[in-house]
Design a protein around this ligand. Structure first.
Ligand SMILES: C[S@@+](CC[C@H](N)C(=O)[O-])C[C@H]1O[C@@H](n2cnc3c(N)ncnc32)[C@H](O)[C@@H]1O
Length: 260
């Protein structure tokens, strides 16, 4: 499995935290005893769920050992973490009040099967809330990976943790239909964040912590150096440095589905 680097991921912690907060702010569940953060990453944001629902046991799940190791720094009597693959996770029917998945489901296949299963795990009054990048958004990584020089080397890394031919993310309307059919009331919206990033090659650094990771993990030696140079150059052209910083428009899709 491709490795995640919690330190690289947290370089843009504030920009990454904002969608999480805006997602959680829309969750209507007022009291909760069981809250799960699916794909919790380094656990920084999971800890904030304990403030929102002080009476709940908050469990962060993630399939990356390095992320769970970092998350365990935030462990308390109320907030715990476990290594688990979201695709295999089978919560008991009616056992949960809140399921949050921020910026993680784009790494998990087969939403058509998983989301109804998770919806069934919600108790009355419970909410499933997730945020994913809009599936049509390609900052330029897929274009470079598809070049003749790279396609044969990167095709072997395809799969649920590798470069993806197609995103598993559905569009907003499909999520509304799927979760309404599962008996939930759905609030879905899209927002583009216009991040202004400081420093050199910040868009490369941003995606190095997320979307680029599977490509980089599939290469080594001079191939890795050359591919990295190609991606840097592509991203510099697409996202030039401006007097105020580097502008990264990032479209995100939010879904908050509530069992009345
Ligand atoms: C972009 S990070 C988001 C972290 C956190 N939710 C946040 O908002 O900062 C994506 C996380 O999803 C996790 N992930 C990817 N595939 C997963 C899976 N199948 N099951 C559980 N976690 C997964 C990764 O290990 C990573 O920590």
């Amino acid at each position: 499995m491709a490795s995640w680097d919690p330190q690289q991921y947290e370089r843009f912690a504030e920009e990454r935290a904002r969608p999480f907060r805006e997602l959680v702010a829309r969750i209507p569940t007022t009291s909760a005893v069981a809250v799960v953060d699916l794909g919790c990453g380094p656990g920084t944001m999971t800890a904030t769920l304990a403030e929102r629902w002080p009476d709940a046991a908050v469990l962060g799940l993630d399939s990356s050992p390095s992320m769970i190791a970092a998350a365990n720094e935030h462990r308390t009597a109320q907030v715990t973490f476990q290594l688990a693959d979201a695709a295999q996770w089978r919560p008991q029917r009616g056992s949960l009040d809140v399921i949050v998945a921020n910026a993680s489901l784009q790494w998990v296949d087969d939403h058509e099967t998983l989301l109804p299963r998770w919806a069934a795990a919600l108790d009355d009054g419970g909410t499933l809330a997730f945020q994913v990048p809009v599936p049509s958004f390609d900052p330029g990584l897929a274009g470079v990976a598809a070049r003749e020089r790279w396609a044969p080397l990167l095709a072997g890394a395809a799969g649920s943790t590798g470069p993806r031919a197609a995103s598993p993310v559905l569009d907003g309307a499909e999520y509304v239909r799927l979760l309404s059919a599962a008996g939930l009331t759905v609030d879905a919206w899209q927002t583009t964040y216009f991040h202004v990033l400081p420093g050199d090659d910040p868009v490369f650094e941003w995606f190095k912590g997320t979307g680029l990771r599977p490509y980089l993990d599939a290469l080594s030696g001079s191939d890795l150096e050359e591919f990295t140079a190609d991606v840097r150059s592509e991203l510099r052209q697409r996202y030039p440095r401006e007097p105020f910083g580097t502008l990264l428009p990032f479209p995100r899709l939010f879904v908050v589905a509530h069992r009345a």
